[in-house]
Design a binder for this molecule. Structure first.
Ligand code: GRF
Length: 218
């Protein structure tokens, strides 16, 4: 069994999508801890209902970012994960944290990186007038919203879209993309050497992998 830790701050819909995909495909992946910095995160309830172990590390109880990150890192280490997935985790991590888990830390960002880093990505996309938008699963490095790309999901931007409609379309794509990328990494189908992506054979367990997924309207 591969061990996965999921770190959240809110709703946890990506966590839900991971759980569903793990079950549907019978991937040998166990979510060994769901950690939230927000005690009231909806995703915690979802995790508990699914019988998963949960931990709250409330950032408000720490004097600074470094102490919070150290506590988070220690909790992650206790779970001995093969991979740590940030899923709607709304805090910037220190370089120390990113380096400690280098090669095992992944994130999903709601844009086609390197476009539209940071917050309000859907508003940024509409403002820029792009005709395609999407989401990116990437390895986490010390640079914010940067790092080797595992996979991208591409969705159309429709002329009538507002930011919420676009966010909804991107979120559906996130729910397909993130579980696929996690399975590809944990199976060893995808790996990184010298910062470049390598696709190597069938991997330790069967899973589909594509470096991009296209929305059906494209
Ligand atoms: C997603 O759009 C993710 O890309 C972003 O925050 C949102 C989290 O959604 N970083 P959820 O908590 O997984 O529902």
């Amino acid at each position: 069994m591969k061990r996965l830790v999921v770190v959240i701050s809110g709703r946890g819909s990506n966590l839900g999508a991971m759980l569903a995909a793990i079950r549907r495909h019978a991937w040998p992946i166990e979510i060994v801890n769901v950690i939230s910095n927000q005690p009231l995160a909806e995703g915690l309830a979802l995790a508990r209902t699914a019988g998963l172990r949960t931990t709250v590390i409330d950032h408000a109880h720490f004097t600074d970012r470094a102490h919070f990150d150290a506590a988070l890192a220690d909790e992650i280490d206790r779970a001995a994960p093969d991979l740590i997935a940030l899923a709607g985790f709304m805090r910037i991590l220190t370089s120390e944290f990113c380096l400690r888990f280098a090669g095992r830390l992944v994130n999903i960002h709601p844009s086609l990186l390197p476009a539209f880093k940071g917050m309000h990505t859907h508003r940024q996309a509409l403002h820029a007038g792009v005709t395609i938008h999407g989401c990116t699963v990437h390895m986490v490095t010390t640079d914010l919203d940067h790092g080797p790309i595992i996979a991208q999901g591409i969705v159309p931007v429709k002329a009538t879209d507002d930011a919420d409609q676009l966010a909804e379309r991107v979120l559906e794509m996130e729910h397909q993309l993130y579980p696929m990328a996690i399975a590809a990494l944990l199976s060893g189908r995808v790996s990184f050497a010298d910062g470049r992506r390598h696709e190597s054979g069938p991997g330790q367990f069967p899973c589909e992998y594509s470096p991009w997924l296209l929305h059906p309207d494209l």
